[in-house]
Design a protein around this ligand. Structure first.
Ligand code: GTP
Ligand code: MG
Length: 374
């Protein structure tokens, strides 16, 4: 929105200030002064009365980074799928993730302490392919993304306990999955238990509109146990099969600017702001400049979830990035800038835009109050 002052409008229309304030008081405005601010609508209305057509024009927005608009087909290469786990309380989401995470540590060449960075990669035992798991679906980043209608995930694994079947949060998850259009795999969990009834789970899911493969549909179902590890390799292979059908691709070429998301961020004593970044496009290197929200980083170092230093981070790999000026916000988009100048310009533009937005709110409220008083 654009604003103008009474004195400016009087100059523009070449109408005497007194005349203008007279008309404005008729319209219900009070305590008018030279610097009284008029919104676009009021100014337009008055200008119209004096036979002017107002062209407020586009505000000079300033520079802001944009995502890659067209990545050449030949640069697009297969990338790992990004997977989240959903399901009812106590159906075994954390147990399944812990199992996958542990098996990935054992399988990896790097032993030792793993740190929690909100996402981790697994190499499948049979096909040796990578899967990225996001392990905090209740987390602020997801809520924010969901609000904005953006989808970070390619595949949802819906966990349903075989001794409990479809429950309220299972139905909630199904609704969300259908709305967002992400692909689905069913993990029927706790199949090691004596009182488990996986066939009932399948039937209940079908009754809730899931086209399970058991009844000739497309949705894969895997009977697992996160506790004993039963069929966990099958679950991983199902994810790989689905990701191949989905034909997930991204460019890690230098010509493609880095795009990604902040998964989580924290201030670490002695290190400053750190953020877990999930890269969507491009590849990130030390020294690169990335902007998120109203802060930026000149990347000083990157680590994977095992704490190992990473030189080049490619699409769908989660990495912890060090070098932020301020703490970026979980769920915010990350975009690469050419240099620090571009990063600062972007942040300036965003700050200004927000200030303008807040200003416009004030005026709306002021005018509304006036109308209410009348
Ligand atoms: P919330 O985070 O509270 O929603 O629960 P969750 O879905 O993460 O479930 P969690 O992994 O914490 O498991 C709940 C309980 O079920 C724990 O006591 C687990 O040990 C148990 N459990 C999980 N998976 C299995 C399984 O495959 N078999 C058996 N027998 N028990 C399981
Ligand atoms: Mg849990």
């Amino acid at each position: 929105p654009t604003f103008t002052t009474v004195s400016n409008l009087s100059n523009l229309l070449n109408v005497r200030y007194e005349k203008l304030t007279e008309r404005l008081s008729e319209m219900g405005f009070e305590e008018l002064s030279y610097n009284f601010i008029l919104d676009q609508e009021t100014a337009g209305l008055i200008a119209d009365e004096y036979g002017f057509e107002v062209n407020f024009g586009e505000e000079n927005e300033g520079f802001d980074l944009k995502p890659n608009d067209n990545i050449p087909e030949k640069l697009l290469k297969p990338r790992p799928p990004i997977v989240t786990i959903m399901g009812h309380v106590d159906h075994g989401k954390t147990t399944i993730l812990d199992y996958l995470r542990k098996s990935s540590i054992v399988a990896g060449e790097h032993g030792g302490i793993t740190q929690h960075i909100g996402a981790f990669s697994v190499k499948t035992p049979l096909s040796k392919k990578l899967i990225t798991f996001l392990d905090t679906p209740g987390h602020a980043a997801f809520l924010k993304m969901r609000e904005r209608g953006a989808v970070m995930t390619d595949i949802v694994v819906l966990v349903v306990a075989a001794d409990d079947s479809v429950m309220p949060q299972t139905k909630e998850a199904i609704k969300h999955i259908k709305k967002s259009g992400v692909s689905l795999i069913i993990a029927v969990n706790k199949c090691d238990k004596e009182n488990s009834d996986p066939e009932k789970v399948i039937a209940d899911l079908a009754a809730n509109g899931i086209d399970v493969e058991d009844y000739g549909g497309e949705t894969q179902t895997v009977r697992v146990s996160g506790l004993t590890g039963l069929n966990m390799d099958k679950l991983e292979e199902s994810i790989i099969t689905l990701s191949e059908i989905l034909d997930l691709k991204a460019s890690s070429d230098k010509k493609t600017a880095v795009e990604g998301w902040i998964i989580e961020s924290q201030f670490k004593k002695g290190m400053g702001p750190l953020a877990t970044v999930l890269i969507r496009q491009g590849s990130l290197r030390n020294g690169d400049i990335i902007v998120s929200g109203k802060t930026y980083a000149k990347v000083r170092s990157m680590k994977d979830e095992a704490g190992k230093v990473v030189k080049v981070a490619t699409p769908a790999t989660p990495i912890e990035v060090w070098g932020w000026k301020d703490l970026p916000e979980a769920g915010d988009v990350v975009l690469q800038a050419k240099d620090e100048k571009q990063a600062k310009e972007t942040i300036e533009t965003r700050t200004l835009r927000e200030e303008r937005k807040n200003q416009s709110k004030d005026i709306e409220i002021m005018n509304k109050l006036r109308l209410d008083e009348k």
